[in-house]
Design a protein around this ligand. Sequence first.
Ligand SMILES: NC(=O)C1=CN([C@@H]2O[C@H](COP(=O)(O)OP(=O)(O)OC[C@H]3O[C@@H](n4cnc5c(N)ncnc54)[C@H](O)[C@@H]3O)[C@@H](O)[C@H]2O)C=CC1
Ligand SMILES: O=C(O)/C=C/C=C(\O)C(=O)O
Length: 490
Amino acid sequence: MQTQTTEAKTEIKSIDCSHYINGKYAPSKNGKTFENINPATEEKLGVVAAGSKEEVDQAVSAARKALKGEWANLPLRKRSAIIRKIGDLILERKEELATLESLDTGKPLWLSNSVDIDRAAYNFHFFADFMTSVGNETYQQDDIAVHYAVRRPVGVVGLINPWNLPLLLMTWKLAPALAAGNTVVMKPSEVTPMTATVLAQICSDAGVPDGVVNMVHGFGETGAALTSHPDVDAIAFTGETVTGSEIMKSAAPTLKKLSFELGGKNPNIIFADTDLDDTIETTIKSSFINQGEVCLCGSRIYVERAIYDAFLERFVARTKELKVGNPFEETTNIGALVSEEHYKKVLRYLDIAKEEGATFLTGGTASEGFEKGFFVDPTIITGLGKDSRCVREEIFGPVVTVIPFDTEEEVLEQVNGTHYGLSASLWTSDIKRAHRVGGQIEAGMVWINTWFLRDLRTPFGGMKHSGIGREGGAHSFDFYSELTNITVKL
Ligand SMILES: NC(=O)C1=CN([C@@H]2O[C@H](COP(=O)(O)OP(=O)(O)OC[C@H]3O[C@@H](n4cnc5c(N)ncnc54)[C@H](O)[C@@H]3O)[C@@H](O)[C@H]2O)C=CC1
Ligand SMILES: O=C(O)/C=C/C=C(\O)C(=O)O
């Protein structure tokens, strides 16, 4: 068996990660750290400060103090210029950030460059523009009164994020939180701490005053210290559904405002009248991009029976062309899964699929040829029933199930038959059907003849167990603002 080398071909070095509190990097008071591991090589990338309640208290107190400082009262144009500058500095440091992101997550470098870092910068550029055009509600009540609403920041906001799109997701929350004048405490995933650590410095370099952006590293307990903190006004969280439920409990005694973007088990629904070339290429992406570790990935593929065999033949052939390998090779399509824990979870699901009687048309195992690292082959499964765990539960890896269907009613029943409701991708050349079926899917986002086509003004988020609230444009702004309605009697 030949083995592949998965070393990073780069001069950029990984970094140790400290907390960032009141404009300074700081270790934990008790000196505790944990190791950060490269999932492609299993080598140590560095150490990460392990935050306790003490560091969370310090960060919240710095954020609370900064809330009374100049930030929220800066003229709109000045605040917008600082937010724009953060985006500019992210682009200036793109090579470094993309490398750190790939070292931390195991994703291909080309993907970090083209998706994660570009979009992180755009999150700031978008909200720097958007904030200058946000209006307020006004109502004239005959000749009796005028009512108008004024906005203020919510206050101190905790931003808690997962490991799959670390910088993209942190900035997707940080940019609107800052645009609306809040101060924040970020809690990046313990698995991918590096780019958020650099982001703190970038914010300071762009002119964000000390105490406005703080960060505490650590595990779930660190996040819980933030969600239960009496001086934190709101929590924006992306991650697992069960964690969302824990956060809701922990935040309840202090009645925090919550925004949740949670798990998904998203369907792709492919009708026989689709353009099959386009469908196959996009389904390859929606199945396997980022190792299948995107909450929007379509992991349940329903195909109308008339084209089921033709679809499978071409989908399988294209999947077999995908190269699993070193994240730093340009030709790699699929990198390493993010951690040993996650790798074991995905492999466990492949065992469950076997027990459930699955047929594996590709993959089904860890990738061969790697001495180290957490690599799994892209896996296409058929032969599972609608109640199978692999069809119902979020695997969050390069694993899809394909199921034939005969009628719209039947497919809709299966599509809507889970607790999840994040997104869906629907393929047909019949616009009436697209509208009819699309409107009946229980999901926050439905893409017709495409997938993951984003416009940052649109509502982004899930229904059912996939989330609470929406992010994006005015939706983000509303979450990160409080409104006071003022009534003037005429
Ligand atoms: N749909 C989505 O957007 C995502 C879903 N996932 C799913 O979640 C699984 C686990 O991934 P994780 O990153 O470990 O998700 P997670 O939900 O456990 O963690 C996300 C963030 O929440 C923090 N956290 C954990 N427990 C907490 C608590 N009780 N209070 C406050 N903060 C807490 C973590 O430290 C991390 O920063 C994956 O295998 C995948 O199935 C993971 C990433 C994104
Ligand atoms: O904001 C986006 O475009 C993408 C968001 C993706 C997630 O929230 C996720 O994968 O967790």
